[in-house]
Design a protein around this ligand. Structure first.
Ligand SMILES: [Zn+2]
Length: 255
């Protein structure tokens, strides 16, 4: 495997993924802060070559400028967000491909959490960096986009193979799982996963990354076809999956 990923936990529940090649070159994903990244890079003898940004929120961008000026590196990010993340040097749109660390990073536009949100997919490595779009057993809040947009965006991500390793930006897994269980208490995969998550969290370890196949079995936002979820939302079994998604996202906001 030519690349590996390490997570730096920062702030209350953010993770900064560092994508590291065998020669020590690395990419920094959504640095909320510069100093913890700088310390990590120095301690491990790494050489940053670029920053990958998924969206404009401060807890994904505040470390960019400090790292950019110190290491003189390129900043990749959504073209849509150029006006609110002026540090971006290489604006990206849907379908763009980046050759970095001997891998190809494919760009998908996934509006919903924000309108400009993008994700980075590395097909050869079965890896994806999804920011605040898909979470373990959850999905991002809809700050700017509509439920319909987020539903369409998530439907693009589920086309990835079940074995895809997914790095999201927050440790929300335990509370997401509690909501998931309230919607689908009879889902045995979900019951089992929550037991595992509680054990991992009791040791203070990250539950990230997750895997697409696991999410398909346990994430209610990818399971809006489930009659159990429709019933627990007070919807008829004939309700469309998109309408179920809208009701589910609303229910989570009130949870
Ligand atoms: Zn965000």
């Amino acid at each position: 495997m030519p690349i590996k990923v390490e997570l730096i936990p920062v702030l209350e529940d953010n993770y900064i993924p560092i994508i590291i090649a065998e020669n020590g070159n690395c990419l920094i994903v959504d640095p909320a802060l510069a100093k913890p990244v700088d310390d990590f890079v120095n301690q491990n003898g790494l050489k940053p070559i670029g920053i990958l940004n998924t969206h404009h929120h401060w807890d994904h961008t505040d470390g960019i400028e400090g790292l950019k000026s110190k290491y003189k590196i390129e900043v990749f990010g959504p073209k849509y967000d150029l006006y609110r993340v002026p540090s971006i040097t290489n604006p990206l749109v849907n379908g763009d491909k980046l050759d970095l660390l001997n891998c190809t990073f494919e760009i998908l536009e996934v509006p919903g959490h924000t309108l400009g949100h993008i994700v980075y997919y590395v097909k050869s490595e079965n890896l994806a960096f999804v920011g605040d779009t898909l979470f373990a057993m959850g999905c991002g809040r809809l700050f700017e986009g509509s439920p319909e947009q987020m539903y369409k965006s998530l439907n693009q991500l589920v086309l990835w193979p079940d074995s895809t390793t997914i790095y999201c930006a927050h440790e929300y897994t335990e509370s997401n799982g509690q909501f998931a269980l309230s919607m689908e208490p009879d889902n045995t995969d979900l019951q089992l996963r929550m037991k595992q998550v509680e054990q991992i969290r009791s040791k203070g370890r990250p539950t990230i990354p997750t895997q697409m196949g696991v999410e398909k079995r346990t994430n209610p936002f990818l399971r809006v076809h489930s009659t159990e979820i429709k019933r627990n939302l007070g919807l008829s079994p004939e309700t469309s999956n998109e309408a179920t998604f809208t009701a589910l996202r609303h229910a989570k906001d009130q949870f």
